[in-house]
Each structure stands twice: as structure tokens, then as C-alpha cells.
Design a protein around this ligand. Structure first.
Ligand code: GDP
Length: 425
């Protein structure tokens, strides 16, 4: 069976969670391969409405195995609390259907604290961190200053390793930020409260995935955030600290031989962006408020109002390129139903010239949007389930986007529920 990746094409929050929830029906395994609890995937299904931060969105399907790969920022505290919330609503989570890579690095309690201390130091120059400790975590991972989940099975060695890390980290906490040192007792309490809980789920997931591959099982790889937040290809430094692109799958999933033939890029029918950084197509004033309210655009993790704008063809084309997306899921088309005229950012003006090439991050600050308007359909489309039943104006809008981005739009979602979808293949 072919494997599939579901990835974000823009700034994140495109609706990946709902696409994973829909498509997992066809797959045996769902793997998260990067990122941590700093974003949220919203899933609405028969169990209720969920904001998943760390759990793969396949947990709701009875026969799906969910894996947290070695590329994720494994936050035992948030993971355990999230598991409890989901279990309380009647969802089964056991070591049979959730497995955590023994090679995933653990996000330690001081990572969150360091995130907050650094944002405080930056004051108005802050990056808009979600303060989940992601940047300090990945920095420490690359410095080899955190622990692997599998070390929990070696208590003696673990203790010595943690004491070394504690001594080192306290130098930064006290001497760089003037904060209180972290104590051995606090660390031990935290390890007992959370790491012990997730221990039964930890195993060699590479062996599990290799076996599954040999058996011809289908694997779905679930990404967090979007192309423009990728550490290498995004709008650096306003990126996240991991690779959000499908190219990272063989590394972060724990299946080095992973072949992903279908890369479903998720694009929202308009643009949203959380946090700081250049956002060329941004709308302001009443226009922005109306769109934000219509799409209920508030951060899943932080509740922050999202910045909004029209769909950005320049950024989307670039996002598709860096994800090497093979098809597109266009989400939240229903949200635009109130608009008389629908704006589309077709190009940027940069240095007096019109361009459809996404600029180097620094140059983005100078870019201005070129906007074209399309006729709105001005009616409720949330009950539409086939392409033919969409109003002509909606078809024209989608067809224009499809041609402009040069990638087939195979799914169009018209509501948050699992079945509020038009499938075009
Ligand atoms: P993710 O991080 O990419 O999964 O994105 P979010 O969790 O921010 O999901 C987008 C939000 O839009 C969630 O609240 C979804 O329930 C909602 N949503 C997803 N698809 C649709 C849609 O087609 N129409 C509407 N109205 N809402 C949707």
C-alpha cells in the first residue's frame, strides 16, 4: 500500500488534523515525525471536539496504530495530560495503539521556563513563541543536552545523566537569566509524575515500522505547522525549530527507508498566521475582524487571535514546492460564504516589480500584496458534498486557485465535521 503525508502548505492551522482524521480510515499507522505541543490539530468526530497537540490524530480510529517518532519534542507532562483528556471522552489509548520512539528526546521542565525567560528578555522584539519550550528543547537536542525516552529503562545511567544536565542547565538559568536554579528534588518529582506514566508506551518504533513496511501496511505521516514555519525553508527566524516538511519524514519518523508517494498539502481557502513575522497579505480593521470571526481564527494552543488575509498564491506556490506536494486539500471554503467579493493575493510587488516568486525572508518585509477580486457565492455551502453541487462562483474560485498554484485540489472541506468534505478524485 502507498504511504501518504499530510502537511501544511502555509503558516500552519490549515486544518491538517481534520484531514488526518478523515484519511486515517485507509491507513494502518499514523506517525508524527516532528514538532511538539506548540500547535494544535482540531478534530471533530463521534467522540466530540478535540485539540490534539502531541497525540497523532489517528487515536480515534480503532484499528490504527499511532506512533510518536524520534523527531518529535516529547513532552511527557503535556502528553500525559492530553492522553487523560482524550481517554475521559471514551477513546481507548493503550501501549497497543500508541507507541513512542525510544529515540525521541525528552522535553524537560526547564525548556518551557527558558522559553518564557527568553521572550521576557526580548520584550517587544519577541518572536511570538507559544512558550512550550520547543526552541530550547531542539537547541539542547542538537547540543546533545537532553535525554532519550529509552534512557528511562536504564535508571542508574539516567540518574547520572540527569544530574549532569541539571548542573549544566542551572548555569544558564542562574547566570544568563538570573532565575532560580532547578532542584534535584523538583526534577525527580517531575520524572516520577510524568515520565514513569509514559514509560509503558516507549519501544523501538523503528522495528515496528520496518515490520509494518515489510507486511505492506499503509502509513500516514502527520506533520505539524506548515511550510513557511520550516526551520530551513520557512520565514526564518519566524519559523519553528523543527522541519515541518515532508522531506524530514525518513529521519523524524524512525523509518529511514520511508517512501511517501502521496503528499497531501493542506491549504486554507484564505490565509491565517499566528505570532510575529512578515505576513504580506495581512488584512486589517473591520475586514480582518469579519474574516477572523467567520472562521473562528483563534490559536488552538494559546487562544491568540490569528492574523488573517486572503489566500496568498505566491506563498502557497512556494509552500507546495518545498513540501513537494502532489495534491491539495483546500479547507474552510464555507467560511468565505459571507463575502460579496473574495480577495486573492495573486502576486507581490517588490522593488517596483510584480513577482510570483516567494522572496528571501528579509525581503518579505518590503513586499506588498497585489489583490484580485472574485465574485462571492453568498449562500450556505456547508451541506454540499459534490463538486457539481457547488455554486458556479465557488467553482470559479477553486478552479482559479488550482490553476494558479499548479497542483490538483482533490479535497474541499466545507465544515469542521469529518464528512463535510467534497472529494474530487
Ligand atoms: P491544524 O493545526 O492544521 O489541524 O488546524 P486547526 O486545528 O487550526 O484547524 C482548523 C480549524 O478549522 C479547526 O477549528 C477545525 O475544526 C476547523 N475546520 C477545519 N475544516 C473546516 C472547514 O472546512 N470549515 C470550517 N468552518 N471549519 C473547519
Amino acid at each position: 500500500m502507498k504511504n501518504c503525508a499530510i502537511v501544511g502548505i502555509n503558516w500552519g492551522d490549515e486544518g491538517k488534523g481534520r484531514m488526518v482524521d478523515l484519511l486515517t480510515e485507509k491507513y494502518d499507522i499514523v506517525v508524527r515525525f516532528q514538532g511538539g505541543g506548540n500547535a494544535g490539530h482540531t478534530v471533530v468526530n463521534e467522540y466530540g471536539k478535540f485539540m490534539l497537540h502531541l497525540l497523532p490524530s489517528g487515536v480515534f480510529r480503532k484499528d490504527v496504530l499511532n506512533i510518536l517518532g524520534n523527531g518529535v519534542a516529547l513532552d511527557p507532562e503535556n502528553l500525559w495530560l492530553e492522553m487523560q483528556e482524550v481517554i475521559e471522552k471514551g477513546v481507548r489509548i493503550t501501549p497497543e495503539n500508541l507507541k513512542i520512539s525510544d529515540r525521541a528526546s525528552i522535553l524537560l521542565p526547564w525548556h518551557r521556563e527558558l522559553d518564557a525567560l527568553e521572550e521576557q528578555r526580548l520584550q517587544e522584539k519577541k518572536f511570538g513563541s507559544t512558550k512550550q519550550g520547543i526552541a530550547p528543547f531542539y537547541s539542547d537536542k542538537f547540543q546533545k543536552k537532553t535525554i532519550l525516552a529509552g534512557e528511562l529503562f536504564y535508571p542508574e545511567e539516567l540518574k547520572a545523566h540527569l544530574m549532569d544536565l541539571l548542573e549544566w542547565k542551572n548555569l544558564t538559568l542562574t547566570k544568563v537569566y538570573g532565575a532560580e536554579p532547578y532542584t534535584k528534588e523538583k526534577l525527580e518529582m517531575w520524572m516520577n509524575a510524568y515520565c514513569e506514566k509514559i514509560k509503558p508506551f516507549i519501544c523501538d518504533t523503528t522495528a515496528v515500522l520496518e515490520k509494518a513496511k515489510k507486511e505492506g501496511k499503509g502509513i500516514l505521516f502527520e506533520a505539524q505547522l506548515g511550510s513557511l514555519r520550516d526551520l530551513d525553508y520557512g520565514i526564518y527566524p519566524y519559523t519553528t525549530s523543527s522541519n515541518t516538511t515532508a522531506a524530514y519524514i525518513p529521519i523524524g519518523s524512525g523509518l529511514p527507508s520511508a517512501e511517501v508517494s502521496d503528499v497531501v498539502g493542506v491549504v486554507k481557502a484564505y490565509s491565517t498566521c499566528v505570532g510575529e513575522g512578515p505576513f504580506v497579505c495581512e488584512m486589517f480593521g473591520e475586514e480582518a475582524i469579519q474574516l477572523r470571526e467567520a472562521g473562528f481564527e483563534y490559536g488552538a494552543k494559546t487562544g491568540r487571535p490569528r492574523r488573517v488575509g486572503p489566500i496568498d498564491i505566491v506563498a502557497t506556490k512556494y509552500g507546495i514546492k518545498v513540501q513537494a506536494a502532489t495534491e491539495i486539500a483546500l479547507t474552510k471554503l464555507d467560511v468565505l460564504s459571507y463575502m460579496e467579493k473574495i480577495p486573492v493575493c495573486t502576486h507581490y510587488m517588490l522593488g517596483g516589480k510584480q513577482t510570483d516568486e516567494f522572496p528571501f525572508p528579509v525581503a518579505l518585509q518590503e513586499a506588498k500584496p497585489v489583490i484580485e477580486y472574485f465574485d462571492g457565492w453568498k449562500c450556505d455551502i456547508s451541506g454540499v458534498r459534490t463538486w457539481d453541487d457547488l455554486p458556479k462562483q465557488a467553482k470559479d474560485y477553486v478552479s482559479f486557485i488550482e490553476t494558479a498554484i499548479g497542483c490538483p485540489i482533490t479535497y474541499i472541506s466545507v465544515g469542521p465535521e469529518r464528512d463535510s468534505i467534497i472529494i474530487r478524485k
